[in-house]
Design a protein around this ligand. Structure first.
Ligand SMILES: C[S@@+](CC[C@H](N)C(=O)[O-])C[C@H]1O[C@@H](n2cnc3c(N)ncnc32)[C@H](O)[C@@H]1O
Length: 291
């Protein structure tokens, strides 16, 4: 006789949705209903649970089980140089500007944050763009902080071994310069690997990361509810240096976010900058209608 599939009621799905939203910020709305319910049912079956009540009890009482459920629900699609226009803006506008601004600093540091870095392609792309754009990268202290809520994704990132389509946007020259081909795939070379530090971090929890020259936060805030998204962006804006840059994914924008960053259109992308003077930030905060 076939086993009856475990049942999760509408009420239990709602409870799970609100638990996940309150802990991770990720909102599973109607547009992702099918994905959510399928993954939850699979998790219930894998654990041999009776149904939604058992599942709620399990994930509310065990952080390990909660994290395992969350891992199964995360979308981790990414690739090297995912939006070429953004990396063009980094190479042609942001890095030259920072290079000029910091040229006489001692030490000459550059701090970039890849918030929600998934399996590492984004922070390594940033490191490659920096190595390509800065003529004497060794003369700089380059710190690329790469964080994500998913420990599984971070383990992949730390290994730095890549295969398949995620490499498609790299040029043959970049592959040759920055990767070693092995039988497991393309391995990021130490000079790129050294620039990046990986750490687990939940964006909904305020953690002090110091001042950043540039923050990439791509393709994650679109899964957050509006209020939560706004408060995370507010925190990003506070930790940016004056004149620092903020970069979102190409389908995302700050147009309805009450944070005062200047929007600049460069080629095919829109990037955001914190005004270079404190007084301009204050004025912008008072002005209506700015971004
Ligand atoms: C679609 S990937 C984006 C990866 C990369 N930024 C890009 O655009 O290619 C979204 C990432 O956000 C992470 N994520 C989701 N919620 C998060 C949270 N609350 N804190 C930190 N990372 C989170 C997921 O684990 C996933 O790796």
């Amino acid at each position: 006789m076939r086993e009856k599939p475990a049942t999760v009621t509408g009420y239990e799905f709602d409870e799970l949705r609100s638990l996940i939203e309150s802990r991770s910020g990720i909102l599973f709305d109607a547009s992702r209903e099918r994905f959510f319910s399928t993954r939850v049912r699979e998790f219930v079956a894998e654990r041999g649970l009776q149904g939604g009540t058992d599942l709620l009890r399990l994930v509310s009482s065990s952080n390990v089980e909660y994290s395992a459920l969350l891992e199964s629900l995360l979308t981790q699609e990414t690739s090297f140089f995912r939006y070429p226009a953004v990396f063009d803006a980094l190479a042609k506008k942001i890095l030259p500007e920072l290079q000029e601004k910091k040229f006489w600093d001692n030490p000459r540091t550059l701090r970039i944050w890849s918030a929600a870095c998934s399996t590492g392609e984004e922070p390594y792309s940033i490191a490659i763009a920096v190595a390509d754009a800065l003529p004497f990268a060794e003369a700089w202290r380059i710190e690329i902080l790469a964080t994500d809520i998913s420990r599984r994704a971070l383990q992949h990132a730390e290994r730095g071994v890549y295969t398949g389509r995620s490499l498609d946007n790299l040029t043959p020259q970049q592959i040759e310069n920055y990767f070693t081909k092995t039988r497991h795939g393309y391995v990021v070379k130490p000079r790129i690997r050294r620039m990046v530090s990986f750490a687990p971090m939940n964006l909904t929890q305020a953690v002090y990361v110091g001042r950043m020259d540039c923050i990439f936060c791509m393709n994650v805030l679109m899964y957050f509810a509006e209020e939560r998204r706004n408060s995370v962006i507010q925190r990003f804006s506070e930790c940016l240096e004056l004149g620092g840059y903020f970069l979102l994914g190409h389908a995302e924008s700050l147009s309805s976010v009450p944070v005062r960053l200047e929007g600049l259109v460069l080629g095919d992308c829109r990037i955001y900058r914190k005004p270079a003077k404190e007084s301009a930030v204050k004025q912008a905060v008072m002005a209506e209608g700015s971004l």
